[in-house]
Structure formats: structure tokens, C-alpha cells
Design a binder for this molecule. Structure first.
Ligand SMILES: Nc1ncnc2c1ncn2[C@@H]1O[C@H](COP(=O)(O)OP(=O)(O)OP(=O)(O)O)[C@@H](O)[C@H]1O
Ligand SMILES: [K+]
Ligand SMILES: [Mg+2]
Length: 665
């Protein structure tokens, strides 16, 4: 999307600004609804001759423009999303699929007819017809159509990188994909609906602020409504058009007009970072994250663990270890298993009747049962020790030492057994991702604690944790341990993010406040999380946190600014209200505006034009630096609070000068 994203023309947004004047739309935004009602009231009062015609018409026009500006801001934000949605959609139009039928034959069907569970064949040069998971084979795939990134990625059956997206191009080889999404309900379809706003829900933070703005608006409405009575006591008749003008200046129209645009922009910014968020709430929660949990393999490291050496125990021949390791790996589809086969370098077929035992994160072992009762296993030391002891074997001290030596280098030791005899260790090497240390340092600067949680042994974990620079680590963790750790952090009131790609990460991804699944990951992981990173980059969480923080900070800045400049407008307009009847009010006329009508009109003009002027800020967000929340808050209060107080004085004075010279007000 980064590349496909184009600058939309503003015409549709201008038209939408008018269609959004419909009452059912306006009522969703109480602040602007009051301005809209004020417009009609001012028009009626002018027609009824309650105000000077020229002045009344001018006020009415400026109020209408204020409402239109608010609508325009929202429409611009929506049109940006629509542009992105359109480029996503283009990627998945009119695809044909090669569906495999029960008899093993193949039929060409439109992709729209595919159902979950269908198997499709995709070969080099063809587009993947639907979201799914590779069942057989491996392929390099160009995902540029959805991610904007044209470097090919490798996807493979039986790994944590088996997920494929509809609309992406297979560059090499041939894969069988099991379709996982109903037509029109793929993750991207849901995302398109979200960015188009059709299913956008306000975030809790947005709802709370909206409520506050409504209460303020109501309070000011009551205050302004009582003014005629107070005026009555002192013998001043207050013009209804002036009252409407005063009310509109007092209520928080700037933030009221920009809040919807700001809300939509948050989701769109996430999408621009190639992150599909299932809700705007998820994006904002990301801004408050305290703890980040990451798995090790494939997240902190490249995840392509390769067997690099066999270490036979004293009294065991190297060929014996190599043969057992190979037999235990012949049917192991994981990168680890395949690399063992490669390293063994033996031409050996699996004997007839062999029963393969696949690897699971629960057992931390894999292997084979051969006819005649021969049981060969490979796996983590703790699991293998328990396995061998259960068969009546023993765990030699030399093994533990060898395992520790390998682990201390950051490699993963896989222990191999044949029956109840332990033969030796395979060393699996993995590489920590480049630049990940700097990313963790940045997260720390934002006050986020990083915890690596891995199924690997404590020594390997400690080494990788130190190399990657995480704050804490948990080793020998099973999926339920990941879940338990998240629950424990949450019970202490912390907001937890989790990054993962495997099916065994799914429960944790679902439990975490932010579950960021890798797009390359399994469908289960992607379904469980509330965000998917199209680039499959675990460090992307950093960008997500930034977007979330920026979203909250921008909203705060706009609110501060809006409230501050309402105070200033009040001082511009109040003297005008009473100037004629109570000459002493002139003392309040600090701004020395040329006339009461010019003062009112200048304040209203400023009140209106500030909305479109701030649209870029509402959409792009205030500049963000990695710093503690308090420092940022203090800085923003100063810039947007003080700025919000001072700017109107200068701007209104200038507008007043302009109006008085042009129209001799
Ligand atoms: N194919 C395999 N066959 C046998 N044992 C394996 C295999 N793959 C991994 N193991 C062992 O199981 C342990 C746990 O693996 P698992 O994939 O759950 O965790 P991990 O990949 O090390 O950590 P992470 O949770 O960070 O991905 C590994 O540390 C290794 O000792
Ligand atoms: K206002
Ligand atoms: Mg793993």
C-alpha cells in the first residue's frame, strides 16, 4: 500500500461535506449539530428582521461554512481510506482458481466460489486465489500487491510461515493451498470495510471525549440561554444572532469538527505502516502498552534454525548418532528437521511400517517408532531426559555438560535417543535479527518492557536474550505458560502486547491487549490477534506503538488547543455583546477591535477557518519522539495550550483589520 497509495482528489470530499448536512449524520456529532442548529436559528432571526440583514446573513453564512468544514475534514479522512481500500481491492479482482476435487482432478473456478476447506493448486507465475495455508510444498511469493514490498518471501507447509494471501504472486515452485476464508470475508475484506468507515466504531477514548464535549456544549448552551434574562435585568436587549455567535465561539467546535477525522486517520496510519488493525481501539490501546512479549524463534531470531554439528557422547560412534538423528528427522517437516537430514548427508529411506511422531510444542520432541519396537527421539533436554528415564535409562553427566556448552553459545541443543540410550546432541544455530537491539532500546525509552518467552532451554534463552537486549526472558515455556504470563501481567494492571506467528501462539495472541500476528504466520495466529503485520516484521510493534501514542497525543493536543482558543474568542465577543448598552464594558475590550459587528464576525471567521487549517495535523498527527508520557504531555500543554490562547488574539485582530478596511464595519 505504501507504493499504491495515491493522493485522492478533494472533489468527492467537498461534495460529501454537503451530503453530510443530513440530520441523521449531524446528530452523531453533538457539537457540530449545535452549530448547524445555530445556523438555522440565525437564518430565521435574520429573516424575521431581528438583526441587521447584512450582519445576520454574514453570521449565517460563516456558521454554515463552519459545519461544512467539519464535514469536509471527516470526508477527507474517509477518502484517504477509500483510496487504500481500492488499491487493496484491485489486488483481488477476477482471480481464477485451480480447485482440486475429491478424485484428485482439477477444475478451474472463479475465486469467488472458493469455500474454506477447498484445496487449490498454485504454480509459479500464478496468483494465489484466496487467503489460506500451504498444505504441501514451498514457494517464493511476491506479496507486493498487498504489502507494497516486492522482495520475494518464502512460504512453506508445516512451518510457522505457511500463510498466504489472496492476490499475491507465486514466483517459483508449486504449492497446494487450503482455503481458510469465506468469499468476501478474508482478513483484507474485513480491513477494507474498516477503512471505508462502514464498520468503524468509535474507540472508548473517543466516546469519552465526545461525552465530555457534549456536556460542555450543553453547559454553554444553558449559560448563553440565560443571558437575555440577565440582560433584561440591566435593561439591555441582547440580539439573538449575537447569542448564537457567542455560543458557537464558546463550544469546542475545533475538536468537535476534527474528532471524527482524527479517529479515522489513526486506522489509516496503521494501514500505511502495512499493519491491518481489526479495530481503531486496537490502534489506540497500542499507545498505552506497558509490556511486550515476544517469542524467540522467528521473532527475535530469523527462525531458520539449522543443524550445524553432531556431538556424540563418549562411547557412542558418530555414525550411530548420525543415523538415529536422520531416522528421527526423515518425516519432520520443520526447518529444524530438514536441516538435520541435510547435515546427516546419508542416503537412507524410511523403513516400511515406520510410525512418525511429529514435533509439538507440548512434548518438545519428535521422532519415529520403527517396526520391531525401536523408539528413536530427538528433542529438548528436559523432555528427552524424562522420556529416557521412563524407559528405564539414565542421563549421563557428560550429556548435560555438552548441552550446556552448546546452549551457552546461543545455539539450540537437540538431544537424540535410541531406545533408552542417549546418543548425543545436535546443535541448531539461529541468528539474531539485525538491528533488533536498537529497536528494543527505543521501546525501553518509551517505557515499554520487553520479555522474550521461548520454548527453548534457559541457557540458550539467556544467551539470545543478552544478545538481543531484552529486559527479561522466560525459558522452557509451553503455550499455556505464555498465556499465564500475559494474565499475570494484566492482573497487575499492565497492558500487554504479544507478537507471534505460530498456532501455539494463538491463545496468547488472543489474550493479549494487542496481539500482533505475522502475516507469514498460521491462520490460527492471524485470527487470534487483533492486528496483522503484512511485512511480518516483529519490530513493527514499535511503529504500532508510535501510531497509537501519536493518535492519543494528537487528540489531546487538538482538544487543548480547541479549549484554549475558545477562551480567547470569548474575550473578543463579550465586549461586543454589551458595548452599546454598558459603556464600561469597553474596559474588557482589550483587543481594541474596530466595531462590535466586526469583532463578532472576526471571531466567527477564525473559529471556522481554524478547522480546515488543522486538518493536516489531525490526519498526520503531531510530531512524535520517543520520550516518557509526562515530558510529552508537558510540552504539548505548553505548545498547544499557550498557542491556543495567543493565536486567536493575533488572528482575530488581523481579520478585524481586514474586514474593517474591506467592508467599513
Ligand atoms: N523439530 C523438532 N524436533 C524435536 N524437537 C524440537 C524440534 N523443534 C524444536 N524442538 C525442541 O523443542 C523446543 C521448543 O520448541 P518451540 O518451537 O516450542 O520453541 P522455540 O521455537 O524454541 O521458542 P519460541 O517459542 O521462541 O518459538 C526447542 O527449544 C527444541 O529443543
Ligand atoms: K468554538
Ligand atoms: Mg517457535
Amino acid at each position: 500500500m505504501r507504493n499504491a497509495h495515491s493522493q485522492e482528489s478533494l472533489r468527492p470530499a467537498l461534495i460529501a461535506a454537503f451530503t453530510k448536512l443530513a440530520p441523521q449524520h449531524m446528530l452523531r456529532n453533538p457539537v457540530m449539530a449545535v452549530v448547524w442548529a445555530g445556523t438555522l436559528l440565525a437564518a430565521a432571526a435574520t429573516l424575521a428582521g431581528l438583526a441587521a440583514p447584512g450582519f445576520g446573513m454574514a453570521v449565517t453564512a460563516i456558521l454554515l461554512i463552519t459545519v461544512l468544514f467539519g464535514n469536509f475534514a471527516e470526508a477527507v479522512a474517509e477518502s484517504r481510506g477509500r483510496g487504500q481500500a481500492a488499491s487493496l481491492r484491485r489486488a483481488r479482482q477476477d482471480l481464477m482458481a485451480r480447485r482440486i476435487d475429491a478424485a484428485g482432478g482439477e477444475a478451474r473456478v472463479p475465486a469467488a466460489e472458493l469455500r474454506p476447506g477447498d484445496q487449490v493448486l498454485v504454480e509459479a507465475g500464478e496468483l494465489v486465489p484466496a487467503d489460506g495455508e500451504i498444505e504441501q510444498g514451498l514457494a517464493s511469493i511476491n506479496e507486493a500487491a498487498v504489502t507494497g514490498e516486492s522482495a520475494p518471501v518464502l512460504r512453506e507447509a508445516g512451518t510457522d510461515r505457511s500463510g498466504v494471501i489472496g492476490g499475491t504472486l507465486v514466483l517459483s515452485d508449486r504449492i497446494v493451498v487450503r482455503v481458510t476464508a469465506e468469499p468476501g470475508h478474508s482478513f483484507l475484506d474485513r480491513m477494507i470495510a474498516l477503512v471505508e468507515g462502514s464498520s468503524r466504531q468509535k474507540t472508548p477514548n473517543e466516546i469519552a471525549l465526545g461525552l465530555l464535549l457534549m456536556v460542555m456544549t450543553l453547559t454553554f448552551a444553558i449559560v448563553v440561554a440565560t443571558l437575555p434574562f440577565i440582560g433584561g435585568f440591566v435593561g439591555v436587549e441582547v440580539n439573538p444572532v449575537l447569542l448564537v455567535a457567542l455560543l458557537v465561539c464558546l463550544i469546542p467546535t475545533t475538536i468537535g469538527g476534527l474528532l471524527p477525522a482524527n479517529g479515522i486517520a489513526g486506522m489509516n496510519r496503521a494501514l500505511q505502516a502495512n499493519v491491518l488493525a481489526k479495530s481503531g481501539k486496537a490502534v489506540e490501546v497500542a499507545g498505552d502498552i506497558d509490556v511486550l512479549l515476544l517469542d524467540k524463534t522467528g521473532t527475535i531470531t530469523h527462525g531458520d534454525r539449522q543443524a550445524t554439528a553432531f556431538h556424540a557422547l563418549p562411547g557412542v560412534g558418530l555414525p550411530q548418532l548420525r543415523e538415529a538423528a536422520l531416522l528421527a528427522s526423515l518425516a519432520d517437516p520443520t526447518p529444524e528437521g530438514k536441516s538435520v537430514v541435510k547435515l546427516a548427508g546419508l542416503a537412507l529411506e524410511a523403513p516400511a511400517g515406520a510410525q512418525f511422531v511429529p514435533f509439538s510444542a507440548q512434548t518438545r520432541m519428535s521422532g519415529v517408532d520403527l517396526p520391531g519396537g525401536r523408539v528413536i527421539r530427538k528433542g529438548a533436554l528436559a523432555a528427552m531426559a524424562a522420556h529416557v528415564r521412563a524407559l528405564g535409562g539414565q542421563v549421563p553427566v557428560a550429556l548435560e555438560q555438552r548441552v550446556a556448552d552448546i546452549a551457552r553459545t546461543g545455539a539450540t541443543p537437540l538431544v537424540v535417543s535410541d531406545g533408552r540410550q542417549l546418543l548425543g546432541v545436535i546443535a541448531l544455530s539461529d541468528v539474531v535479527k539485525h538491528g533488533i537491539r536498537e529497536r528494543f532500546a527505543q521501546l525501553r525509552a518509551m517505557g515499554i518492557k520487553t520479555v522474550m518467552i521461548t520454548g527453548d532451554n534457559p541457557l540458550t534463552a539467556a544467551h539470545i536474550a543478552a544478545e538481543a537486549g531484552v529486559d527479561d526472558y522466560i525459558a522452557e515455556a509451553r503455550p499455556e505458560d505464555k498465556l499465564a504470563r500475559i494474565r499475570a501481567e494484566q492482573a497487575e494492571g499492565r497492558l500487554v502486547a504479544m507478537v507471534g506467528d505460530g498456532t501455539n501462539d494463538a491463545p496468547a495472541l488472543a489474550q493479549a491487549d494487542i496481539g500482533l500476528a505475522m502475516n507469514s504466520g498460521t491462520q490460527a495466529a492471524k485470527e487470534a490477534g487483533n492486528m496483522v503485520d503484512l511485512d511480518s516484521d516483529p519490530a513493527k510493534l514499535l511503529a504500532v506503538v508510535e501510531i497509537g501514542k501519536q493518535q492519543l497525543i494528537t487528540r489531546g493536543a487538538l482538544t487543548t488547543f480547541s479549549l484554549a482558543n475558545d477562551v480567547s474568542k470569548y474575550f473578543a465577543i463579550l465586549p461586543a455583546l454589551f458595548a452599546v448598552a454598558i459603556p464600561q464594558m469597553a474596559a474588557l475590550n482589550v483587543m481594541q477591535l474596530s466595531s462590535p459587528s466586526s469583532a463578532v464576525l472576526s471571531a466567527l471567521v477564525f473559529n471556522a477557518v481554524i478547522i480546515p487549517l488543522l486538518i493536516p495535523l489531525a490526519l498526520r498527527g503531531v510530531r512524535f519522539r520517543a520520550a516518557g508520557a509526562t515530558a510529552l504531555l508537558r510540552r504539548n500543554m505548553l505548545v498547544y495550550g499557550l498557542g491556543g490562547l495567543l493565536l486567536p488574539f493575533i488572528a482575530i485582530k488581523l481579520i478585524d483589520l481586514l474586514l474593517s478596511t474591506l467592508f467599513h464595519l
